[in-house]
Design a protein around this ligand. Structure first.
Ligand code: UDP
Length: 331
């Protein structure tokens, strides 16, 4: 019996694979390596190279392996890119989900844990954001994931495939043992970009806008550690295996940090100057996104271990400072 991790070579997927393997599970990874890294896949997992939109590829996995549940990370996730190339997102993310659910239906795989996002909420009417709040995405990325959530709900109705949608807020950090971490090319996310400036690989941080409706004018986000996120997926798998109904949970720390506060925290953690300037707004950014995460804590019994953003940044700094070229300089 194995768990299929679609997108297990990516940033969050690879941390999930590590956590599953270390908890004694048999893990199969499916990844097209479009954004992931082969070196990020735990060597104890079995790797299939291919695309989840390719039904023959999925069939090969489901025929060869005894898959009992799928954890689905295989999606594009860059908000600004989705504004420029929306169809790329609807094709890979939304389209990929159709093929995956069809294969799951045909091979009678009953459980899926899905990487959803706070971007499905759009501009929240109240803060912190609850799971029952309206989902009105303001960018194609968020819409592509909302459509995936809705497809899973109908696949549950029709075929009895049970799902948990985990709506991530801002994920950061790296495995505490320093073996894997975040490596996107090109990098667009705040924490790794700050780390690159701290390393001297970039001249300065551009803070995208300081005229938002927030206390210091810069966007406020809710940062959660990647290993805490992996823990939540394992709890979600157990929740489904226990026969519970499909459900959705926010995963955040419930504390918001502005971009300027993140910069300050990184300066403290790294001891580096980290030059920064204010730049124009980036399209598609809501003012603030902070999760109400009581539901995951109560229903899944999720207990995040990293509740201080400095500790999250410290694990990111450990990874970046020991792997200045990401996965490229590992032997
Ligand atoms: N951000 C920034 N400069 C950068 C990268 C990101 O000011 O070089 C800001 C971005 O506008 C947003 C926050 O950092 O307010 C988090 O962005 P990120 O891309 O990390 O995650 P997202 O919120 O898009 O999932």
């Amino acid at each position: 019996m194995s768990i299929l991790v679609a997108g297990g070579a990516g940033y969050i997927g690879s941390h999930m694979v590590k956590q599953l393997v270390e908890s004694g599970e048999e893990v199969v990874v499916a990844d097209n390596l479009s954004t992931g890294h082969k070196k990020a896949i735990n060597p104890k997992a079995k790797f299939y190279y291919g695309d989840i939109r390719d039904r023959a590829f999925l069939d090969r996995i489901f025929v060869n392996e005894d898959i009992t549940a799928v954890v689905h990370f295989a999606a594009f996730s860059i908000v600004p890119e989705s504004m420029q190339e929306p169809l790329k997102y609807f094709d890979n993310n939304t389209g990929g989900m159709i093929t995956l659910l069809e294969a799951m239906r045909d091979f009678k795989v009953k459980y899926i844990v899905f990487s959803s996002t706070a971007a499905t909420y759009g501009i929240p009417e109240t803060m912190p954001i609850k799971e029952t709040d309206p989902q009105q995405p303001i960018n194609p990325y968020g819409l592509s994931k909302l459509m995936m959530e809705k497809m899973m709900a109908w696949a549950d109705e029709a075929y009895g495939i049970k799902f948990v949608a985990l709506r991530y807020f801002n994920v950061a950090g790296a495995a505490a043992d320093g073996t894997i971490g975040e490596d996107h090319g090109p990098e667009t996310h705040l924490v790794p970009i700050i780390m690159q400036v701290a390393q001297g690989k970039r001249a300065e941080l551009s803070i995208f806008g300081d005229d938002y409706n927030t206390p210091d004018g810069t966007n406020v986000r809710d940062y959660v550690h990647v290993m805490d996120l992996a823990d939540a997926h394992i709890l979600a798998l157990k929740y489904l295996e226990a026969g519970n109904p499909s459900n959705a949970f926010n995963l955040g720390s419930s504390t918001g940090f502005s971009n300027k506060e993140m910069l300050e925290a990184a300066r403290e953690v790294t001891g580096q100057e980290i030059p920064a300037k204010i730049a124009p707004r980036r399209p598609g950014d809501p003012d603030s996104l902070v999760a109400a995460s009581d539901k995951a804590r109560e229903v899944l019994n999720w207990q995040p271990k990293y509740d201080d953003v400095h500790d999250i940044i410290a694990t990111a700094w450990q990874w970046h400072s020991t792997h200045p070229k990401g996965y490229d300089d590992r032997n």
